[in-house]
Design a protein around this ligand. Sequence first.
Ligand code: NAP
Length: 410
Amino acid sequence: MLDFSFFTDPAILSLISASAVLLLAQLYTSSVLSRQPLPKMKAWVVVKNGEPSEALALKDIGDVNTTSLPQPKGADILIRVSHAALNPADLMFMRYIPTWVPFRRHATPAIDFAGEIVSLGPQAAAAPAHAAEPLTVGARVAGCLSVGLVATGHGALVEYLTVPAELVARQPKAFGDSSAKAGPPSVGVLGCAGQTAHLAATDPCAEAAFSSAEPRILINGASGAVGSLLIQISKARGAYVAAVCSGKNSEFVRRLGADEVIDYTKHDSLPAYLASEAAYSGANAFDLIFDCVGDQHLFLRSPAYLTPQGALLCIVGGGPMAPFTSARNRLIPSFLGGTPRTYKLLALTPSGAQARAVAKWVGDSESGLIHEMPIDSEYAMTDVKEAYEKQASKRARGKIIIKVQEEKAN
Ligand SMILES: NC(=O)c1ccc[n+]([C@@H]2O[C@H](COP(=O)([O-])OP(=O)(O)OC[C@H]3O[C@@H](n4cnc5c(N)ncnc54)[C@H](OP(=O)(O)O)[C@@H]3O)[C@@H](O)[C@H]2O)c1
């Protein structure tokens, strides 16, 4: 005879019913979770070399919850990226660094970022670079990724980004209203454009020009991201600024402070035009030229419109012949056919120190050397291909930025 009294024991019965409830709860939860997957972290990746329309794909690269987010180590910080900014250099990486290189598989583009710190590595709060104001969770920061991070594909078009604490600056609060309307301008000014403008404006040749009484400065490519910052810095340092841009950007560069606008589209050759005008020779010659376009003839013809002590600082060195051109401009003496003026090709090595130095220059039109980061346009994270097409057109007026995700309200 079978004994079922074991199953009628009240203690055993309650144990069995509790287990059944737990089992049902677990089945329900797992079925709900499988129907509602965790939100995925989105990032743009370079899937093949070429132009943005074919090179880029938007991918899900992991779950967004606190346990699956990368935990920063050492002095690294994890940033919830709100905005990224595009740069001409991104297109070069996309086109020419092969995607079969192991560390470039699934490389994310873009070097400028802005966002909020969500976690700190154990040594990040004590990072010497931020000794005056240690970084904390919630701090809003921005910067430009180092060459090493970019080369290994750790770009900024991603929702969460890990970077060394040293690499960032706090976002300045002091911009005027006009730029604040189009997204946080910090993403451009503390990024590649701002750091390059800082590099150029603090070059010893520029410092020498700024130290003279009302220096005359020519800025070629004045309506671009770097040029629009150089106008403001040059004006704030007491210069007379002649800005070269197309006619449609004339009002724009004047608003930033240009005293004179030269519409390059009206002349077959800008250098020939400058050389032919008495307004730019003798006592009216320029003390400094910032070339943000990379026009070799602007240097070759420069003795006609650049003072003998003057210099041309060029930031565009693309192309396989660039090292030879630069060497020719710097090294060949005039008796061997060289151009008797100082030439420098500047190349930015992005750094947190440079970002923090730029941040100190940001202020209102009275106190700052930079009072606006002009924003050409802001695109949604889904529209990055269109944004890069605009960048490739070389027609941007200031910075093109991407809204990666909504900023959290503080
Ligand atoms: N050396 C470095 O480390 C470094 C760092 C940053 C940038 N760069 C380089 O510096 C250059 C400028 O950078 P960016 O970010 O300022 O570029 P950008 O914002 O893309 O420049 C676009 C601007 O260039 C103007 N432009 C185009 N062709 C021109 C011409 N022939 N003459 C005068 N203006 C012209 C356009 O004005 P219009 O529509 O009026 O023509 C437009 O407003 C790029 O080539 C970039 O690769 C170098």
